[in-house]
Design a protein around this ligand. Structure first.
Ligand SMILES: [Zn+2]
Length: 325
């Protein structure tokens, strides 16, 4: 049927507008991800109770620990990669009121108060660094926990190598495991993983691969989050030193090859007298409020520092997200 040219042009504009509206709706839907349902209090407490007999009894003298929380400028949208909020709120969780003016330790949503959160963990001093600890801070630190892209260069690799060699603990969260501008064998040699090829946002089914590892004690065999896995470790790290604690099954070649294989999401890697603990999830703020994520990360931190891995377990439910039963 013949249509005047201006009418056809109008129809094309209408079609274009509809396409734009659809794509805007799609991107809004993608960015408006909602937090998943957290575990119940009973499930969370069961995981903590499983390690109760291995924890230092209350009142036991503890080795004083200096923990450096390393963050960078925020680089993603709302509720994503919120390094500054994590740094301020985990300073409170670990170091108490002496370390932070924040009033709650949850990252997602309004403050979720907890009567004990201002106490922090016994014997812990927190230092905040951004975007890289000073030489004095590396010297003072027993444990460095990094949540941001790490500005690696040869002298920083050496600095981390020396810190680990003398027995320091290093924990890398999410972006800190994704090496920029490209994956690096030098980084892999020191921390176990030097970067990844792929990422996706969505449902992540974490499978505990080493239930016998002290960090995994009492955790459910499978844990579901809404977050962002990275995979596969590229280039492959030092296999003889890496232990994969938990994995998610991911497509080997997304879009081309539907075969899936377990991909490390939590790993540990000794280096000299020190230890590295890697944690790939952590894209969304709500993941940091999940009791099982908290347990994996807090235990990984204590373990990396050479401490009893359950030393921070009492922090896991302070201001955490818990489903009411
Ligand atoms: Zn991310």
């Amino acid at each position: 049927m013949y249509q005047p040219r201006h009418l056809r042009a109008l129809r094309r504009i209408g079609l274009l507008a509809a396409m734009l509206a659809a794509s805007a709706a799609l991107s809004a839907a993608l960015s408006a991800a909602e937090p998943p349902t957290p575990p119940t209090r009973a499930d969370a407490e069961r995981a903590i109770a499983a390690a109760a007999d291995a924890r230092p009894p209350e009142g036991t003298p503890l080795r004083p620990l200096t923990i450096v929380l390393l963050a960078g400028p925020k680089d993603h949208g709302e509720n994503e990669h919120d390094y500054p909020r994590w740094q301020a709120r985990w300073a409170l969780l670990l170091g108490g009121k002496a370390a932070s003016d924040e009033r709650a330790a949850n990252l997602f949503g309004p403050d979720r108060p907890h009567p004990a959160v201002g106490a922090g963990a016994p014997g812990v001093r927190v230092i905040r660094a951004n975007p890289w600890p000073s030489a004095e801070e590396w010297e003072a630190a027993d444990l460095v926990v990094a949540f941001c892209y790490l500005p690696w260069n040869p002298s920083r690799l050496e600095e981390v190598g020396r810190f680990l060699a003398r027995g320091g603990g290093l924990v890398l969260i999410h972006s800190a495991t994704w090496t920029r501008p490209r994956a690096s064998p030098e980084v892999a040699e020191i921390v176990g993983v030097g970067g990844f090829q792929f990422y996706r946002h969505g449902s992540l089914l974490l499978e505990i691969a080493m239930p016998e590892h002290p960090v995994c004690r009492g955790l459910p065999a499978q844990i579901r989050w809404l977050d962002e896995p990275y995979w596969p470790p590229t280039p492959p790290g030092p296999a003889e030193r890496i232990e994969v604690l938990a994995a998610s099954r991911e497509a080997l070649e997304p879009g081309r090859n539907r075969n899936v294989a377990p991909q490390p999401q939590f790993w540990s890697c000794p280096h000299g007298k020190g230890r590295v603990f890697g944690c790939v999830p952590g894209h969304y703020t709500w993941t940091f409020d999940d009791p099982f994520f908290r347990l994996l990360l807090l235990r990984g931190m204590a373990w990396a520092a050479g401490e009893n891995p359950y030393r921070f377990d009492p922090l896991a439910l302070r201001c955490a997200a818990i489903a009411e039963e």
